[in-house]
Design a protein around this ligand. Structure first.
Ligand code: ATP
Ligand code: MG
Length: 593
């Protein structure tokens, strides 16, 4: 392993005392842990397949617990949209996933074959994911709300041989596509009652016929395991391929960044259709033997607070958009609830505005810990950990085992490392286990991500003098105005501090004089009406905070800002609309309300 590039933080970054915690955080001494850490050591905390037959994600997540003292612990606690509750213990999950692996085998589906899922968050989705991994096939979850076109594109690109879906989704979205997908041999349909649609298998009968005993075949750490499509924030989504060795990173990073302890009850609100919902919504919590909540419903502020209370959630992993929507709903909903079980809250997917961190402290009594990673990195890379000082607006420090740097791409592809407080591209030294191994069918694009011994993330950031990383913007979103480089996040965060502002999205609008002028789209909180007077007031407020050069020159009021289904602000769409250009790939756009 290369020597850490990252300077150790200048100050010993522990500002909290052990006594301040109900449970001592896992990462208490950042510097010592960083110095001590090796990925080979992290691998030792896992089991490995019996008889040295390799490393398989599903063995670590399910079978090893099902054979030990945790066999009767609830692994998945599922809350249905309409009030149903289902629990699967580790033993039951092992049996069900064995059945599914046997069912795949009976269909002639084996190592390296792609098994896709298009379903809401139903228990069968989780069984399919883990059973597929047991069978050493490649699992690819798709978000159920995709329309037929994005579904077809992804199934074709991923060469799907098998698709698991529900009867309703099959009728609505898949039946008409079948003829265009010759490689899709088997469609397995969940529910629907009665006979399955022609040309499909019924999930229940398939599993009923299958044995609940299955031996995971030898699995090399480099065997392909998971395929994830990126969110499509900057363009057409890319298919990032991950391998079984990724489990080493899922396990270690969750221990550090989500502060998992043995008796935790964990809720990751992301859908498995996005990488977060798989790495930390399936694999990591189960690998740690926790009980995890799966909620079938979509966001609803009242329901979410009720779930936190009723399920006694201790660790909660969510996203800035969700936090902003909870803020929009007002603090009264939270005050009605007993959230005393909650110990640790983290967020990912977009920059977390300082205002959100403060809201967490005021409303939940807990800071929200931002962390940064990407589909490509497969796991958390930079994080605010439990024991460390939270610097609101910062993504935190690189986790042990992760060497990060801020770089500039120079002429001829040379990579120059930048010092403290300089803005540049966030780069990582390759070598962590959950790093993607390919973009499907895009070898050249994959190779372009690496230069000068780094993986280049495409995000702009800076590191402060103490070692904390601050997100500036996606390379494509940064605004160049009158010689300044302006990150939209900074402007959006300042706007959010105004009491009338619920959501803000900021873009550069071409301007003959300054190059690009800063334009903001603002959605108002309940109880506020759009007016010229309010526009002037918000403009003045932003000027005071940011200065005239950075504050928005134009503000447009909107009902909500366009977002991907994974909750990311789609600034490129606002830019295209502003310029009257084609909207580009909108397959991941959430319907605008
Ligand atoms: P695409 O690559 O298709 O444009 P995407 O980059 O949004 O989509 P993901 O891999 O889901 O797809 O998201 C990773 C990106 O999300 C990061 O590169 C970064 O821009 C943003 N992101 C994630 N977490 C954070 C965070 N804590 N702070 C700031 N940005 C974040
Ligand atoms: Mg990306």
């Amino acid at each position: 392993m290369t020597a850490p590039l990252d300077p150790m933080p200048r100050f010993h970054p522990i500002v909290k005392h052990r006594e301040q915690f109900r449970v001592a955080p896992n990462l208490l001494d950042y510097c010592a842990e960083r110095a001590r850490f090796t990925w080979a050591g992290a691998r030792q905390r896992l089991d490995g397949l019996p008889d040295g037959r390799g490393l398989n994600i599903a063995h670590e997540a399910v079978d090893r617990h099902a054979r030990g003292p945790l066999r009767d612990r609830v692994a998945i606690r599922w809350r249905g949209r309409h009030g149903a509750v289902r629990e699967l213990s580790y033993a039951a999950l092992a049996a069900e996933t064995n059945r599914f692996a046997n069912a795949l085998r009976a269909l002639g589906v084996g190592k390296g074959d792609a098994v896709f899922a298009l379903a809401g968050r139903i228990p069968e989705l989780y069984v399919a994911a883990l059973g597929t991994l047991k069978n050493t096939s490649i699992f690819c979850p798709l978000f159920a709300a995709f329309g037929p076109d994005p579904i077809r594109q992804r199934l074709a690109l991923g060469r799907a041989r098998v698709l698991i879906t529900t009867a309703a989704l099959y009728e609505r979205k898949i039946a008409a596509l079948r003829d265009t997908l010759p490689q899709l041999e088997h469609v397995i349909v969940v529910g629907g009652g009665g006979a399955p649609p022609p040309g499909t298998h019924d999930w229940a009968s398939l599993l009923e016929r299958a044995s609940d005993a299955f031996t995971i075949p030898p699995t090399a750490p480099e065997d392909a395991a998971l395929l994830h499509f990126t969110s499509g924030t900057t363009g057409t989504p890319k298919g990032a391929l991950h391998v079984h060795e990724a489990i080493v990173a899922h396990h270690a990073t969750a221990w550090y960044a989500l502060d998992f302890h043995p008796d935790d009850r964990f809720w990751c609100t992301a859908d498995p259709g996005w990488v977060t919902g798989t790495s930390y919504g399936i694999v990591a919590p189960l690998a740690h033997g926790l009980t995890m909540l799966v909620d079938e419903s979509d966001f609803d502020a009242e329901r979410w607070y009720a779930l936190l209370e009723e399920e006694r959630i201790s660790n909660w992993y969510t996203a800035p958009t969700a936090v902003r929507m909870l803020m929009k709903a007002g603090p009264e909903l939270a005050r009605k609830r007993d959230l005393s079980a909650l110990r640790f809250v983290a967020s990912v997917g977009e920059p977390l505005n300082p205002e959100c961190v403060v809201w967490g402290q005021q409303t939940l009594g807990l800071a929200i810990h931002d962390n940064w990673w990407q589909t490509e990195t497969g796991g958390i890379m930079i994080a605010n950990c439990a024991a460390l000082e939270v610097r609101p607006g910062s993504m935190g420090l690189p986790l042990p085992g992760i060497d990060a740097a801020i770089v500039r791409r120079g002429a001829g592809g040379a990579i120059e490392e930048l010092g403290a407080d300089q803005e540049g591209e966030l780069a990582l030294r390759p070598g962590w286990p959950s790093m993607f191994r390919a973009y499907l069918d895009e070898e050249a694009r994959y190779r372009k991500c690496f230069a000068g011994g780094f993986y280049l993330s495409g995000d702009l950031a800076r590191r402060d003098r103490d070692g904390w990383y601050w997100f500036v913007g996606r390379a494509d979103d940064v605004i160049k105005s009158a010689g300044h480089l302006i990150g939209p996040f900074e402007v959006e965060s300042a706007l959010l501090e105004h009491p009338a502002v619920a959501e803000a999205a900021v873009i550069g609008k071409p301007d003959p004089v300054v190059g690009e002028l800063v334009k903001a789209y603002v959605a108002l909180r309940r109880g506020f009406e759009a007016s010229d007077a309010l526009r002037k007031e918000i403009t003045g407020f932003a000027r005071k905070r940011l200065g005239a050069a950075v504050a928005p020159k134009e503000i447009a009021f909107v009902a909500s800002v366009p977002k991907t289904r994974s909750g990311k602000i789609l600034r490129r769409l606002l830019r295209a609309r502003e310029l009257g250009l084609p909207e580009g790939d909108v397959s991941t756009l959430e319907e605008e309300r």
